[in-house]
Write a protein that binds this ligand. Sequence first.
Ligand code: FA5
Length: 340
Amino acid sequence: MLDDLEKLKAGFLSRISSADSLPQLEQARVELLGKKSEIIGLLKGLGKLAPQDRPMAGKAINNLRVAVETALEQKISTISRREMVERLEKETFDITLPGRKAGEGGFHPIGLVMEELIDIFAGLGYMVEEGPEIETDERNFKMLNFPDDHPARDMQDTFWVQNGARLLRTHTSPVQVHAMEKYKPPFAVIAPGRVFRCDSDVTHSPVFHQLEGFHVDKGINFGHLKGSLELFIHRLYGVDTKVRFRPSFFPFTEPSAEMDISCVMCGGKGCRLCKGTGWMEILGAGMIDPNVLSAGGIDPEEWTGFAFGFGIERIAMLKYGIDDIRLLFENDPRFLGQFR
Ligand code: FA5
């Protein structure tokens, strides 16, 4: 029997060595070690042998099984390695080929203008504050001297979050109140940020950006306001730009004014952009109303201040000659790509 097993082993090993691929080896494994294989048959037949012959025969059959398993494993490992080498050779690529170009990002014009404005005011000693976009009626209106049912509330069409109590801020002026609650004067603050109004056409968007500025100190007067804004406009549009003030009304400033600048397009001669007047309205401003200082916990007998606020989209549209505000919010790559 031992001789027979040796012959079988020789046949099995040659069967394994002639297999030349992983599927062929798998087939050999099923044939040689599977349930219907000769080895399993031999193991099952052990019971028919004389008891004294069983241990030796069992050991010999088991050795045969181990030899077949070892030969299979070695062959599988040899073929796997060979296949991997072949695959790697086939997969070689030309590292000198140029790579694919990644699209280049850019800055949004609003972001660019915002950075420039912040730079200018930081250079003038203003610190930057940001208030919440969801405000209380109290800070957006009441503490800014808009009495209940005052018609001035209708100047800013409001998106209410909670009727009569919470709203999407309609302007950045409530940051004045936050700053007064947070800091003791003197302070000079700018507050850039998003604001919301129920408003939409080529120059008005329901979401837009404003920049608020205010300075509270002892002895601040309208001359300081004019001087600061003139300096700002000269830094933004150049020293040849002229400014003028017209009386206006805001509940939170007294006196209030609107500031015009000489047209950035025609230099004041009159053109389509300035509708032939040579001037363009750019911002609202005034001396902070004593009621607002009091509401913010600041004694108006001791301190005075000025405030101003303007739309950042308007500054960006004038700077880049954009004639429809909606272009700033559509995020069309053909439009944005011009601001790299
Ligand atoms: C105000 O919002 C005041 N809070 C500004 C102010 C601050 C005055 C401090 C005095 C002292 P007004 O409603 O005029 O003011 O808005 C200011 C600017 O925001 C406008 O000149 C305009 O440029 C811009 N603006 C207003 N509504 C829109 C809109 N729907 N879309 C785009 N820009 C707008």
